[in-house]
Design a protein around this ligand. Sequence first.
Ligand SMILES: Cc1ncc(COP(=O)(O)O)c(C=O)c1O
Length: 349
Amino acid sequence: MKTFASDNYSGVHPQILQALVDANHEHAVAYGDDPLTAKTIRQFKDLLGESVEVYFTFIGTAANTLGLKALTNQYNAIICTDTAHIHVDECGAPERFLGCKLITIHSDDGKLCPTDLTQFESLFGFEHHVQPAVVSITQPTELGTLYSAEEIKTLADYAHARNMYLHVDGARIANAAATLHQSVKSFTFDCGVDVLSFGGTKNGMMYGEAIVFANNKLSSNFKYIRKQGMQLASKMRFIAAQFSAYLSNDLYLQMAGHANAMCQLLVESLRTIPDIHITQKVEGNAIFAIVPPEIIAPLQQQYPFYEWNTERHEVRWMCSWDTSEEDIKAFVSALNFCLNRQSVSSNSC
Ligand SMILES: Cc1ncc(COP(=O)(O)O)c(C=O)c1O
């Protein structure tokens, strides 16, 4: 049974599994000095530009935390939204490992814009205040919305004009590329992004994320940071193997495009149901909706999903690379069944 809880619930694409099997031959030099890792880094450079520097990690929290570590000192601050994964869902890892303050800005749609940032200009150069060093955004955002390339460029220009960096949490960057119909490079490094967490796990990989630096100046000490951060994989070739298959023949775009298309199919059905109120633009593979509270628990028994905001009864439904049209139909009919039962009796469905 498929769920709509998270793309983290989905399994591994067969081509990625096959790549792991294919990599499982003989011995290879450890810690990333192997031919498969070199080949995969070449693929990343072909995709994102010759000057990028690529480092693999096991998980996304580490990709964000260590990427940010390369940009900051302990007296710095990182500005992000109040829904940012680095703020809400990383158990304080950035604060713990960086020693930096996270300054959050409330955002209804999960996005930041330069006018949100001007309030912090008085912090610069005053020794009693933390010094903002990084603006961190998520693309697509935690609320399923997207920045355009122009919006990212405006933020990068704003940050650079103040000697700050722009960091992008791209745990689902493939979903952004699939919706925008633009290359990842065109809305990240071409727009001035300094460091990108390039996700793989949520979109059909078993594990593995990449930290991508715009250039080698930013990453000059990063090999030490990654080792101290406990993310230097000894058998690196198994992360590389997955990413190599992921990037080959645009598999990452096919999987993300499919998840996004299923999400559009689901939201079209949901829009025809009067009791369901979609709260955010649906621009990736996530839908946010306010639903009658009585249906949440019974529906969750059949289809696990997260209640995002318990006060508002706002839920999140997410599609994955392996969600099918039949899954959508079955989910919508279970939802309708719960809604109809609820209108007959308010007990349960
Ligand atoms: C926006 C975002 N960033 C980063 C992550 C990485 O998390 P993890 O450390 O669980 O791989 C996630 C996972 O859900 C996420 O949603």
